[in-house]
Design a protein around this ligand. Structure first.
Ligand SMILES: NC(=O)c1ccc[n+]([C@@H]2O[C@H](COP(=O)([O-])OP(=O)(O)OC[C@H]3O[C@@H](n4cnc5c(N)ncnc54)[C@H](O)[C@@H]3O)[C@@H](O)[C@H]2O)c1
Ligand SMILES: [Zn+2]
Length: 352
C-alpha cells in the first residue's frame, strides 16, 4: 500500500493499494468516530461494490445507509443533489455523520458537493473506482454539479477526510473509461514528470497500477497544496484541456473527455514544436505513447469550431486564454494569449 498525504486546509491521506475496499470501515474509523455513513454510488457501481463497502463499514461500527442514483453525467445535476439532500435529512444525518462516495468522478463530485453543503458541511470520504477519479477528481477538493448552461457551474471546495483507492476495482471498469483515465495519466507525465512518462512508454499502465496512481496523486497533491483554490498554479492541470474542452463541445460530446484531452495535448505539443518552444522529439514520443494507450492524436472537428467552443469555456478570464505549453516532456509553462493567438496555436498544432 502507498500513502500520499495531502496538506491543505486540513490534512488527509490518499491510500492506494490492492484490496483496500475491504478495509474501508477500519480506515474510516481511524479518522472519524463511528457514526451514520451515507454510502453514495451509481447504478453500475452499487451492484458491484456497495455490499463489500457496507460490510466493512458495519464491521467497524458504522451504521451505513445506501443512496443509489442512475449512472452517468446526466445525473450530476441539482435534481439528484436535492434527492440526496432529502435522503440525508430523512435519515436524520447530523453534522457528525459522514458521506462515503463510492464510484467515479460523477459520484465523487455529486456526493462531495452534498457533503460540502448539507448542514453547512459534513465530512466525506472518497472511494474512487475509475482511473480518472483515482488520479484526478478524488484529490483536491473540487466538488460540483452541472447546470443546463454548462458543466460544474454549481460547486464548492470541500476536501475529503480520506481517499481510498483500490486498483482491483478497475478490473470491472469498461475499457473506454480506463482509456479516458490514461489520458489524464499521460498528462501528468507530460506536464511535470519525464520519469513517469518514460515508465508509461516502457510498460502498460495496467501492469503497475499502484505505482502509477500514487505518482499521479503526488503530482496533483503538489499542485493543489500550493494553489488550493485555483487562483494560479492549478491552471497547469489544464494541460490539453483548453483545446480538449473545445473539442468535446464542438463534437457535441461524441468525443469522450480522455480522448479530447489526448487530442488537446497532441495539438498543443505539435504547436509548441512548430513554434520552436519544444523539441520535435517530444511530439513523436507523446504521439507514440498516446497511441499505445489507444488514445487519438488528431481532432475530428475543424479548428474554427474548437476555437469557438474554447472561447465559451468558463476558464477564460479577461478575454485571454491560459495555454499550458510543453517545453519538453515533463516540463511546461502557462502562457496567457489573446484569442487570435490561440487560433494560431490551434493551426500550428495541426487542427484543420
Ligand atoms: N473534481 C474534480 O477535480 C474533477 C476532475 C476531473 C473530472 N471531474 C469530473 O469527473 C466526472 C467524470 O468521472 P468518471 O470518468 O469517473 O465518470 P463516471 O463517474 O460517470 O464513471 C464512468 C462510468 O464507469 C462506471 N464505473 C465506475 N467505476 C466502475 C467500476 N469499478 N467498474 C465498472 N463500472 C464502473 C460508472 O457507472 C460510469 O458508467 C465528470 O463529471 C468530471 O466533471 C472532476
Ligand atoms: Zn480532465
Amino acid at each position: 500500500m502507498t500513502r500520499v498525504t495531502v496538506s491543505v486546509s486540513g490534512s488527509y491521506d490518499v491510500l492506494i493499494g490492492s484490496g483496500l475496499l475491504d478495509s474501508l470501515g477500519a480506515r474510516c474509523a481511524a479518522v472519524h468516530a463511528p457514526c451514520k455513513a451515507a454510502l453514495v454510488c451509481d447504478s453500475n457501481v452499487a451492484p458491484l461494490y456497495a455490499q463489500r463497502a457496507e460490510q466493512s463499514l458495519a464491521a467497524a461500527g458504522f451504521d451505513s445507509l445506501r443512496f443509489v442514483f442512475p449512472a452517468g453525467e446526466k445525473s450530476k445535476n441539482l435534481e439528484t443533489y436535492t434527492a440526496l439532500q432529502n435522503f440525508l435529512a430523512e435519515n436524520r444525518l447530523s453534522r457528525s455523520d459522514i458521506i462515503v462516495a463510492l464510484g467515479g468522478g460523477v459520484t465523487g463530485d455529486l456526493a462531495g458537493f452534498a457533503a460540502a453543503t448539507y448542514m453547512r458541511g459534513i465530512d466525506f470520504v472518497q472511494v474512487p473506482t475509475t482511473l480518472l477519479a483515482m488520479v484526478d477528481s478524488s484529490v483536491g477538493g473540487k466538488t460540483a454539479v452541472d447546470l443546463p448552461a454548462g458543466k460544474n457551474l454549481v460547486g464548492a471546495f470541500h476536501q475529503p477526510i480520506l481517499v481510498l483507492c483500490d486498483p482491483d476495482t478497475l478490473a470491472t471498469l469498461p475499457e473506454e473509461y480506463f482509456r479516458d483515465g490514461c489520458g489524464e495519466v499521460v498528462k501528468y507525465g507530460l506536464m511535470s514528470d519525464a520519469a513517469l512518462f518514460d515508465s508509461l512508454a516502457q510498460a502498460p499502465i495496467r501492469s503497475r497500477l499502484e505505482a502509477v496512481i500514487a505518482r499521479c496523486v503526488e503530482i496533483k497533491r503538489d499542485v493543489v497544496s500550493v494553489d488550493e483554490f485555483d487562483t494560479g498554479l492549478r491552471r497547469i492541470l489544464n494541460l490539453g484541456h483548453t483545446f480538449g474542452h473545445g473539442i468535446e463541445a464542438a463534437a457535441n460530446y461524441t468525443v469522450s473527455h480522455g480522448c479530447a484531452v489526448a487530442m488537446g495535448m497532441a495539438i498543443i505539443t505539435r504547436a509548441a514544436a512548430k513554434l520552436g518552444c519544444c523539441p520535435d522529439a517530444a511530439v513523436q514520443r507523446l504521439e507514440a505513447l498516446l497511441e499505445s494507450c489507444g488514445l487519438p492524436t488528431r481532432a475530428p472537428v475543424p479548428a474554427e469550431a474548437i476555437f469557438a467552443a474554447a472561447m465559451g469555456d468558463k476558464k477564460i478570464s479577461a478575454g485571454r486564454l491560459h495555454l499550458v505549453v510543453p517545453r519538453d516532456i515533463g516540463r511546461c509553462e502557462i502562457l496567457s494569449v489573446a484569442p487570435n493567438e490561440a487560433m494560431d496555436w490551434l493551426k500550428a498544432g495541426g487542427a484543420e
